[in-house]
Design a protein around this ligand. Structure first.
Ligand SMILES: C[S@@+](CC[C@H](N)C(=O)[O-])C[C@H]1O[C@@H](n2cnc3c(N)ncnc32)[C@H](O)[C@@H]1O
Length: 463
């Protein structure tokens, strides 16, 4: 719930909400004042664009090497063509603490299986997906169905196809995929006290009722997260709130029960609030504030026998109905020019056909993906009786052989919904600065714009 304009924040409510953590007098005043201040989003640059110079003057974000703080008040990075092309993301610098704890700006996650258990809208999941690189895999889970679309959009923007999106309660997911992950991120739903500064949260964020309610939910999610990890796997926990009950106390509980052990992140030592817990404060760190912790899972979990047999040998016990469905799927797949659209042997990967969407993963993705995924890297979608190439497919890193390179002015026009000149007939990927932007379909002369509405930009883009 949003904070009504002018609603004042009481000192006692803040002190109560923090719990056992005390800030010295003058610092408490600064903290209180900062709760009402907005902080500008920072730029998180795509890993493969880390060396490219930015069109703005920036300071580095100390805790995350891909983060850049804007210096000039008047810069509008959300209006720049590089933003529209996905070269950087805009998010609060506090969000980068959890990514730093995961090591997502380094090579730490390459090749690993990572689960983001509370993933929408995907600010962190998109950073994790870039970091698992060409050999790892990300499962992004979000139990609230209405939040899947923005998550899917943000993951597609990375150009990777090494992810799946599930929409499960964490406990159900842990029963299905126990012990499958090297890293689980729990960016938990919380009382959201750091969001008060952005006016996105009311004073109730400080109430005991809200904190107790959030802490109980966090306990359940963390227990499920540990079950998802292989023994020795790492759990990163984060919130955007200040209450100890939702932060350090959650980690203490896991350590006391001996199901997890602290796993300090050396690079974050300057922000430590405990052995492996870290805090950013709005009055100290030019961000809304956030918490992150890192622990290693101690218990061993194995796949539930029934689920394992469903997941792994399900295909050898196919019913007639299923076999018929597979035949239909094959017919659809054979009728589509996937190689012509994508040109990278995509049809040899792991595919899933639904009534209206075809998803495509690389062949080395985990066996359970097609059963767990309710969304993922789209290759094609059906409008009426016609299957068309999917926008997400255009954004795949290995883009179509039928690409048209355009200059900045043409790219800006395309991103605003305009047509482009395209001499050859058929589907083409529009590319600017080596970055695929989306599809046009040309009848020989003019390429008709097939950008989905959600990917279009209103107004003039800077370039
Ligand atoms: C803090 S937000 C996550 C933000 C996201 N990680 C990002 O960086 O963009 C918490 C998410 O948890 C989801 N959520 C709510 N209840 C949940 C539950 N019981 N288990 C897991 N996730 C839950 C919310 O819908 C919300 O999308």
């Amino acid at each position: 719930m949003k904070r009504p304009p002018g609603e004042s924040i009481s000192e006692q409510a803040v002190v109560n909400a923090l719990g056992p953590l005390t800030l010295p007098g003058s610092e408490l005043d600064q903290f209180m004042a900062s709760l009402g201040q907005r902080h500008r989003s920072v730029l998180r640059v795509r890993r493969d664009r880390a060396d490219q110079s930015l069109p703005y003057e920036t300071d580095p974000v100390s805790w995350y090497s891909l983060g850049h703080q804007l210096i000039n008040e008047n810069d509008r990075p959300s209006r720049h063509i590089l933003y529209a092309a996905g070269d950087y993301y805009l998010q609060d610098a506090g969000s980068l603490l959890a990514l730093a704890a995961c090591g997502a700006d380094r090579s730490d996650l390459a090749g690993l299986k990572v689960c983001d258990l509370c993933a929408a809208p995907g600010g962190k999941a998109s950073g994790l997906l870039e970091a698992v690189s060409d050999t790892g895999f990300l499962l992004a889970n979000e139990p609230i169905r209405s939040r899947i679309a923005p998550l899917a959009f943000n993951l597609a923007r990375t150009g990777s196809n090494r992810y799946a999106i599930s929409c499960s309660d964490p406990d159900d997911l842990a029963s299905a995929l126990a012990g499958q992950f090297d890293i689980v991120l729990v960016d938990a739903p919380c009382s959201g006290q750091a969001l008060m500064a952005r006016g996105k949260q009311s004073m109730s964020a400080l109430s005991e009722k809200q904190i107790v309610h959030s802490a109980a939910r966090q306990e359940r999610i963390l227990d499920a997260a540990l079950r998802l990890l292989r023994p020795g796997g790492r759990l990163i926990y984060s919130t955007c709130t200040f209450a100890v009950a939702e932060n350090e106390a959650q980690i203490d509980r896991l350590v006391e029960r001996q199901v997890a052990a602290p796993c300090p992140v050396d690079r974050l030592a300057n922000y430590a609030s405990g052995e492996a817990t870290y805090r950013l404060w709005p009055h100290r760190h030019r961000c809304a504030g956030s918490f992150a912790a890192s622990v290693v899972a101690l218990e061993s979990h194995s796949l539930d026998a029934d689920i394992e047999s469903n997941l792994i040998s399900g295909s050898s016990r196919k019913s007639k109905k299923k076999k018929d469905r597979d035949k239909d799927d094959m017919r659809v797949l054979k009728s589509l020019p996937l190689d012509e659209w994508y040109g990278d042997g995509v049809a040899e990967g792991r595919l899933k056909v639904t009534d209206s969407v075809i998803y495509g993963w690389p062949s080395d993705t985990p066996d359970w993906v097609t059963q767990i995924a309710m969304d993922g890297p789209e290759l094609s979608h059906r409008t009426g009786q016609t299957w068309k190439p999917a926008h997400a497919g255009a954004l795949r890193s290995s883009s179509s052989p039928m690409a048209v390179d355009v200059d900045a002015a043409t790219a800006a026009q395309y991103l605003s919904g305009g047509t482009i000149t395209c001499a050859t007939k058929g589907w083409h990927v529009v590319r600017y600065n080596d970055r695929p932007l989306g599809w046009v379909k040309s009848s020989g002369g003019t390429g008709k714009n097939h950008l989905p509405t959600s990917a279009r930009f209103n107004g003039v883009l800077d370039h």
